[in-house]
Design a protein around this ligand. Sequence first.
Ligand code: BGC
Length: 383
Amino acid sequence: MKFNKLLGIVGAASIILGVIGGCAPKQKKSTNENMDIKKEIVGQVDGKDVYQFTLTNAGGMSAKVLSYGAIVTHLYAPDRDGKMENVVLGFDDPAQYWTEPYINDAPYFGSVVGRYGNRIAQGKFTLNGKEYLLATNNGPNHLHGGLKGFDKVVWDAEPVMTEEGQGVKLTYNSVDGEEGYPGNLTISITYTLTKDNCLKCDYSGTIDQPCPVNVTHHGYFNLTGGAKTNVLGHEMQIMADRYTVVDETLIPTGELRPVAGTPMDFTEPHTIGERIDQVEGGYDHNYVLSDDVTELRPVATVKEPVSGRSLEVLTTEPGVQFYSGNFLLGNLTGSGGVVYNKHWGFCLETQHYPDSPNQPTFPSTILEPGEKYSHTTVYRFGN
Ligand code: BGC
């Protein structure tokens, strides 16, 4: 792999450290072989440098990824006229992500959440006869890995060029006992911006003691481009005929209820806003896709009629959390100076069902020593 050192000041805060590119084999007609993966240092957290990588493809799409929290800060996708605009919520200034007001607001913009994405009831679970206690950081429950989950740590990061496109591989070593979870876990996510306009997320991991692991990308999408309006006009389709019913603290009761005949039914396309008033609090539910990890298949499609942009989600995971940005309350001003009000973005977090460690009938999330944690989710953009 070629590594060109290109020291120079870019803007006030960032220094270009290097660019990586030109590693596509000559015989391969790579569509973006002449472009480089930009790597900039954008700050320091916990005494570690934080980098931002910029991935591009020949179609003109680009994605910016931070080594802090494995956060996708920007993702530019074409509208029906080919105009590239940002389709995710986040901040232009990376330092915003580690400010106290942002952390307290807890939207988890664009990050990877874990060890356990979504909720664990009462912050505890029992495994092989031993009870483990976790932080209760969301009412009475544990959410998204605890007080300092994977969204708030600095990951090791390396650029990767493959046949599919430009990528960045982020790896984090989570030690035994971190946030109350057992076992030393090594977890990686590789984001690849593919030639066919996908953001591909490949997760992998290993552990030395059994532990529940459920890691997901927590991106908020707004396909208007530049988050011009809320997302209530987006047309959503989710290929799931059941969802996990939750109590008032958003913990599953164990029931898998058919969506048919209810405002939860997105088996045919509906705008997000059409029936949202009939769903208490808005959409924040896990849709049941399958009984376990499976082959990569399409699970959701979203269309934004004004821009013409669309998003197709494919995953190997058994569930997807459709969250309609109900807790965005106008407290945060994001990229381009846009105030993020209620329903300004939606998430489709591919995952295992919430609270699986306490729900014996749900597909197991226990990663055992010697096993490989592995799943893939693809966000495909169309216009
Ligand atoms: C959860 C929401 C939560 C949001 C931000 C989603 O995954 O389901 O309840 O508010 O993340 O933390």
